[in-house]
Design a protein around this ligand. Structure first.
Ligand code: UDP
Ligand code: MG
Length: 316
């Protein structure tokens, strides 16, 4: 039992332009952990914020040895920031959550309890999506509908609010891909999983950083990382077109032989349009995968850190 009590949890939080409330929010997280007698470490990853976030979190890290602050050299995005956090975390389990308290910290004790009962991945499932703009909700729906279909991994209502056992973190670190999709990776690794439901709270302060463009980019990364279905679609389309071509070919030949061959421009135009567009789409899809291979083969690091403050000291 003694060993159980010693277990430490790392809480990884990506931070991007959250200066207004980060101190308050993290104090809230810390208090909940203290009240539940959870031994914890906070890993705050500043994803190249343009506001005072780094000043805030670096001073927090200098005041409290349980807080580690990592600064990335520029804005890499939430996914790489999460990877940086996982790499810096040293706890027996890692909890990943947003800085804006949309992932309610009140659930942390419950997550830790489930983990101690033997779960290796504890996942937060959204029971409602909180207050979001209608256009955002629509995009999110389209996004998840698409990936669920394409990848066969159920992403619906899944969130980035998770607890991962050390084993799972090590497994994820072994995945070499550069363009990461955190939710996909944590689903792919498997392990003993448990879920809990939570209601998405409102953002404490500031605004959401997800634009439509970012969501689409994430969707493309998610799909191209977990399935090659779009490539198969091209083949299927090709076969269908070929069958159609045979039928039309026979019909054209018959007309020719029977001496009815007339104008027929409509068919030609339609065929041209159809085939042309299909080829463009197909090339585009192949291009997407090529781009992925290109990015992966460059083997660049996922993120670069410029500063780390751990145990009140700046690491050199
Ligand atoms: N975030 C980040 N890098 C970015 C964008 C966002 O680290 O480029 C962080 C942000 O600070 C927050 C989390 O990712 O902790 C979720 O971001 P946000 O609340 O803007 O997204 P939403 O909740 O609207 O999905
Ligand atoms: Mg948010």
């Amino acid at each position: 039992m003694e060993g159980e009590l010693q277990k430490r949890v790392s809480i990884v939080v990506p931070v991007y332009n959250e200066a207004a409330h980060i101190r308050r929010s993290m104090a809230c997280v810390g208090k909940i952990c203290d009240d539940a007698a959870i031994s914890y470490e906070l890993v705050l990853v500043d994803d190249g914020s343009k506001d005072e976030s780094w000043q805030e979190i670096s001073s927090m890290a200098k005041e409290d040895e349980r807080i580690t602050a990592v600064r990335l050299s520029r804005n890499f995005g939430k996914e790489p920031a999460l990877c940086a956090g996982l790499d810096a975390a040293s706890g027996d389990a890692v909890i990943v959550m947003d800085a804006d308290l949309q992932h309610p910290p009140e659930f942390i004790p419950e997550m830790v309890r489930l983990w101690k009962e033997g779960a290796e991945v504890v996942e937060g499932v959204k029971s409602s999506r909180g207050k979001e703009k209608r256009s955002y909700r629509f995009c999110a729906k389209l996004f998840y509908g698409m990936i669920n279909k394409a990848t066969g991994i159920d992403f619906d209502n899944a969130s980035d609010f998770k607890l991962l056992d050390r084993k799972v973190v090590e497994a994820m670190k072994q995945m070499p891909e550069r363009m990461t999709f955190f939710r996909g990776m944590s689903a792919w690794v498997g392990f003993e999983r448990k879920t809990f439901e939570f209601e998405v709270a409102e953002r404490v302060d500031g605004v959401s950083k997800w634009s439509l463009k970012r969501l689409i980019t994430l969707a493309v990364t998610a799909v191209t990382s977990y399935t090659s279905a779009p490539l198969h679609c091209i083949t299927v389309l090709g076969v269908v077109m070929f069958l159609g071509a045979i039928v039309l070919g026979i019909q054209t030949l018959y007309m020719k032989i029977a001496g009815h061959a007339l104008g027929g421009f409509t068919t030609v135009i339609l065929l041209l349009l159809l085939i042309g567009s299909m080829m463009m789409i197909s090339l585009g899809i192949i291009g997407l995968y090529l781009m992925k291979i290109y990015h992966e083969i460059k083997g660049r690091p996922r993120y670069l850190t410029s500063r780390v403050i751990r145990g009140k000291e700046e690491e050199k």
